[in-house]
Write a protein that binds this ligand. Structure first.
Ligand SMILES: Nc1ncnc2c1ncn2[C@@H]1O[C@H](COP(=O)(O)OP(=O)(O)OP(=O)(O)O)[C@@H](O)[C@H]1O
Ligand SMILES: [Mg+2]
Length: 297
């Protein structure tokens, strides 16, 4: 698969001087076209900052981002973002259909084609009959489906999602997770999704990138070798799922925070400490994966 997103040596620092805060540190990874990559990391580690840099909403302090080979220097036309707070991301004075059509105004599309695209996207998220309603007439889960439909309607090269299901109840969350995987596979959308929910990252992802505490660096890039067809009960009970979620949890627990502006020596000390923890973590993960497999027979 060709590379859709390439992030190279990304750094982001808020402010300068004594009050400076390094939120993202020397982060590099790429996402293949059609892949659903999840990013999981502790609260405040820099996940949203990373997404904002990738989306071109804020410029990185250092490093580069490219989308299908083009450097990102501002929000690309073919990129869509879904945020956690659906209640603030939809326009209450526009109908659901008009909300979904809204970003298409800047595309060279006729009125008819815009309406058709919006309807298609609403169909895809199971909201065929609600185009004429207003967002505030829908439940929270339905409103978040509208946000997803709006993102899909523009057929983005990359869909970025920042904790998209964090504001809905557990049952709705499961439904939205399954909806996202189904739509992603049908439309072959490339998705980069941030969550702080370990189970969600493993359930949804083709791959999980685990971030350190602040400033965010990548501590693991784990392929999720679960079957493509996933089921909220059977998949979550499977030995592979349990082993993977354990591995992610252990990584999140044991990797120490990096220092924001370390001296050279301090950097080396942290790196050494990391390496020691890594070895211990990997050994434990291997053991756990083995025992999980054993107990499954
Ligand atoms: N505009 C800003 N100015 C200064 N510091 C900021 C700004 N936005 C975020 N930060 C700081 O950068 C760090 C990373 O913030 P960010 O929102 O990226 O974390 P996050 O991982 O998304 O957190 P959460 O899990 O709570 O959503 C935090 O310490 C935060 O206080
Ligand atoms: Mg955030």
């Amino acid at each position: 698969m060709p590379t859709m997103l390439e992030v190279t040596g990304l750094n982001h620092r808020y402010g300068s001087g004594d009050g400076a805060h390094v939120a993202v540190k020397d982060l590099s990874f790429s996402v293949d076209a059609g892949q659903l990559a999840c990013i999981v990391g502790p609260s405040g580690c820099g996940k949203s900052t990373l997404l904002r840099c990738i989306a071109g909403l804020i410029p990185p302090t250092d490093g580069s981002v490219s989308l299908h080979g083009d450097a990102v220097n501002g929000v690309p036309d073919d990129l869509a973002v879904v945020f956690q707070d659906y209640s603030r991301s939809l326009f209450p004075w526009l109908t659901v259909a008009r909300n979904v059509e809204f970003p298409l105004r800047w595309r060279k599309l006729g009125k008819q084609e815009r309406a058709e695209r919006a309807q298609e996207a609403l169909d895809a998220v199971g909201l065929s009959g609600v185009g004429r309603k207003f967002p505030w007439q829908l439940s929270g889960g339905m409103q978040q489906r509208v946000s997803i439909a709006r993102a899909l309607a523009s057929k983005p090269a990359l869909l970025i999602m920042d904790e998209p299901f964090a504001s809905v109840d557990a049952q709705t969350r499961f439904e939205l997770e399954d909806l996202l995987r189904r739509v992603q596979r049908e439309q072959r959308t490339t998705i980069l999704l941030v969550t702080h929910d370990i189970d969600e990252s493993v359930y949804l992802g083709d791959r999980v990138l685990v971030l350190s505490k602040s400033p965010a660096t990548i501590v693991a890039d784990l392929p999720v070798d679960l079957p493509a067809d996933r089921d909220q009960i059977a998949t979550r009970e499977s030995a592979k799922f349990v082993a993977l979620r354990g591995e992610v949890a252990r990584l999140l627990q044991t990797v120490p925070a990096k220092q924001a502006a370390p001296e050279q020596q301090a950097d080396e000390d942290v790196a050494t400490a990391d390496a020691a923890e890594w070895t211990a973590t990997e050994e434990a993960a291997t053991e756990n994966a083995g025992s999980a497999k054993e107990t499954s027979h």
